[in-house]
Design a protein around this ligand. Structure first.
Ligand code: NAD
Ligand code: MG
Length: 390
């Protein structure tokens, strides 16, 4: 029996890689629903190829335009949050690949869990903003949540032989992005083009900027804390520029289990899609001798203040991570629109966190409220500084 898939964020980097896996294994996976933001041409191509029963787009106008592109032979087209939820909860869906960027992915992922669907989670912002609620729902509804993020997939794999043994530490690796060696006083002048030029991974714009600031690793520390139920003190980050060791688990006896591979997101996506089976993928062999060496270094807090901000939010707990994430989304959007500079990103997030009194964050509603508060505060601070808050 093939697995029915909902791909949320199908036109993005993870969404397209997911569909490449479907191309490789057409007998194992069946695309039931697809969703997209603005890239309707790509969505139309995907609909013709995979013939889902339902698709979702952002608004009514997008729906009309997509209908025009597809003609009469088309699936059900829905829009907005309702459309996303309808796609995520379609009866024939077994596994939801949650690959929308940002906290927009939160509610559809949550509703899918409540409908008993298994989740392949790329959308880390969901766990950062609402980890307690999401993990609680996963347990209550008895569904499986498979990590897609390469670091968390690595840890998930390194935990396979655990047999109840306690973990001493998780070691998340980070490439260090394009600015690992740039003098710190030059970071202020970093251009958007330079920040978008990631050395090892090809990804959507938001996560590429998050990788340059290392907020991506900060969000991943929080994500790991929820997925593997460990506090901030037991999760550490090493910069590993070759991106070959995807992350590591240190056990109580000092043994460290690492997962390695060429940096290609298709590997962790396929692992999440077919777990516990490993699919045969057309990956080049890992040429360790050709690489010669794998190096590791500690992240410099002065260069990467965003990583420290994420640890600060995780330690404060409650609504603080949701606020951190919201402020980061607003800041990154402003940087992508050239309204603020690169080092204004951590400054803005820090200012919002300083104003925040963390409250309880056990429910989705509390997480969404904190998200809205963080966005509003970030915009207010920009307005006061004379920056267009959009
Ligand atoms: P992307 O920007 O390439 O794609 C995002 C997708 O979501 C697109 O289909 C877009 O149309 C859709 N989308 C964006 N905003 C939306 C909204 N408000 N409502 C509905 N749909 C919307 O992003 P990506 O790089 O594929 O990343 C997706 C998620 O996966 C992110 O949470 C990211 O952190 C995570 N992730 C990505 C990678 C990677 O290699 N790209 C690796 C690990 C984790
Ligand atoms: Mg990652």
């Amino acid at each position: 029996m093939s697995r029915g898939l909902a791909v949320l964020g199908a036109t993005g980097s993870i969404g397209c890689s997911t569909l490449e896996i479907v191309d490789l294994f057409p007998d194992r996976f069946r695309v039931v629903s697809l969703t997209a933001g603005r890239n309707l041409e790509r969505l139309a191509e995907q609909v013709r190829r995979y013939r889902p029963v339902r698709v979702a787009v952002l608004g009514d106008e997008d729906a009309e335009r997509l209908a025009g592109l597809l003609g009469d032979d088309r699936p059900e087209i829905s829009c907005g949050l309702e459309g996303l939820i309808a796609c995520a909860t379609e009866p024939e869906v077994d596994l939801v690949v949650s690959a929308i960027v940002g906290s927009a992915g939160l509610l559809p992922t949550m509703r899918a869990i409540e409908a008993g669907k298994d989740i392949a989670l790329a959308n880390k912002e969901t766990l950062v903003a609402a980890g307690a609620a999401v993990m609680g729902a996963v347990r209550r509804h008895g569904v499986n949540l498979y990590p897609v993020d390469s670091e968390h997939s690595a840890i998930f794999q390194a935990l396979q032989g655990r047999q109840g043994n306690a973990v001493r530490r998780l070691i998340l690796t980070a490439s260090g992005g394009p600015f690992r060696r740039m003098p710190v006083d030059k970071l202020r002048d970093v251009t958007l083009e330079k920040a978008l030029d990631h050395p090892n991974w090809s990804m959507g714009p938001k996560i590429t900027i998050d990788s340059a600031t290392m907020m991506n690793k900060g969000l991943e520390v929080i994500e790991a804390s929820w997925l593997f139920d460990l506090p901030a003190d037991q999760i550490t980050v090493h910069i590993h520029p070759q991106s070959i060791v995807h992350s590591m688990v240190e056990y109580l006896d000092g043994s460290v289990i690492a997962q390695m591979g060429v940096p290609d997101m298709k590997a962790p996506i396929a692992y999440a899609m077919a777990y516990p089976e490993r699919l045969e993928l057309p990956m080049p062999p890992l040429d360790l001798c050709g690489l010669g060496q794998l190096t590791f270094e500690e992240p410099d807090p002065e260069r990467f203040p965003c990583l420290e901000l994420a640890y600060r939010a995780l330690r404060r707990g409650g609504t603080a991570p949701a606020v951190l994430n919201a402020a980061n989304e607003v800041a990154v959007e402003a940087f992508l629109d050239r309204r603020i500079g690169f080092m204004d990103i951590p400054e803005l997030i820090s200012a919002v966190l300083d104003l925040h009194q963390p409250g309880c964050c056990d429910s989705i509603d509390q997480a969404l409220e904190a998200d809205l508060w963080g966005r509003a505060e970030a915009r207010e601070i920009m307005r006061k500084k004379g920056v267009d808050p959009s």
